[in-house]
Design a protein around this ligand. Structure first.
Ligand code: PRT
Ligand code: ZN
Length: 287
């Protein structure tokens, strides 16, 4: 169908909103209208964007109000709706952790036996306690979970942590991580084929953006007698590009390095005689 549009749900405001909008922009998708509306359209890609509370996104995707959504894994697993996780998006990273009062000795999950735990994640917490064979009382509260131990409402909490400063400021210590989370793309499990094709197009762009972020373009000068040794250090997309320099006996070598091996390889390249090493960010990477 020519006017077919993919319906994407993202967080209206909050921690995932800006990164969700940024990812769309990096994928070359122009969202022209403001976000004060419930939904808007892109001017250059067949997509409609719905702005919603993050907690509602899995339900809307299950109900086909939206075809896909960007939402935290923590919310996806807690809500337990019939949706598929398609791709990790690399932002909104945090962990769901148990925290106890600073000074309390936490030697392991058995500490929680018979205790009161405050959380906004009762499903994930219950699952964890069951796995560990612990009986505890779960107090579900929707916000400011971190104040619960201080006001005598609970002995421990189970909440999201990123920097850890909220726990610190409330006299709590992180004692156990029960889930590592980041934003993911979810989809309805029965997308019509035309929507699936649009999603494939979007996925192609998202993956190109993600690969580019995880890689750097490296240019360096190498004496020709060291070329074999230097090339052996470089993975490249196929193999490195080698071009002769104006100066006799030297070449310019271009390659792509992944973020996680970057510093190790740069050091080895320098030791092998590489000079004038330039490292450049990559905008998109299509393999
Ligand atoms: O209005 P709406 O319901 O859409 O938003 P919300 O208030 O429910 O969610 P929001 O915007 O706070 O978070 C949206 C998503 O961001 C979460 O579902 C997580 O996937 C992700 N995320 C990443 C976080 C954090 N990091 C985070 N640190 N969500 C919440 N926090 C909170 C945490 O609950 C605690 O209160 O930040 C505090 C701890 O942070 P640190 O840095 O002090 O450790
Ligand atoms: Zn929410």
């Amino acid at each position: 169908m020519q006017n077919e549009k993919l319906k994407l749900a993202i967080q209206k405001s909050g921690r995932l909103h800006d990164d969700s909008m940024k990812l769309l922009k990096e994928c070359g998708i122009d969202i022209t209208n403001g976000v004060n509306k419930l939904k808007t359209e892109a001017s250059n890609f067949p997509i409609e964007v719905f702005f919603l509370r993050d907690d509602d996104i899995p339900q809307y995707v299950e109900d086909t109000v939206a075809d896909i959504g960007f939402v935290g894994e923590n919310v996806v697993f807690e809500k337990n709706k019939k949706v598929s996780v398609v791709e990790k998006l690399g932002f909104g990273k945090c962990r769901l952790s148990i925290a106890v009062k600073k000074g309390d000795v936490y030697a392991g999950p058995e500490y929680l036996q018979g205790k009161k735990i405050a959380t906004s994640y009762p499903v994930l917490l219950q699952k964890y306690l069951q796995q560990k064979n612990i009986q505890a009382e779960i107090h579900e509260i929707s916000g400011s979970v971190e104040i619960a131990p201080g006001i005598g409402l609970a002995d421990a909490i189970c909440d999201l942590v990123s920097s850890g400063s909220t726990l610190f400021m409330n006299g709590l210590a992180e004692s156990e991580v029960i889930l590592n989370s980041q934003a993911v793309l979810i989809q309805n499990e029965q997308l019509p084929i035309t929507r699936q094709q649009l999603l494939n197009k979007l996925m192609f762009r998202i993956q190109a953006v993600k690969k580019a972020k995880n890689n750097k373009y490296v240019l360096l000068n190498a004496p020709n007698h060291k070329l074999t040794e230097i090339i052996a250090l470089l993975p490249g997309m196929k193999s490195p590009t080698v071009l002769p320099l104006a100066e006799e006996g030297w070449s310019s070598v271009h390659s792509v390095l992944s973020e996680n091996q970057f510093w190790d390889i740069i050091e080895q390249l320098k030791n092998a005689g590489a000079q004038g090493i330039l490292v450049v960010p990559i905008e998109k990477m299509i393999i």
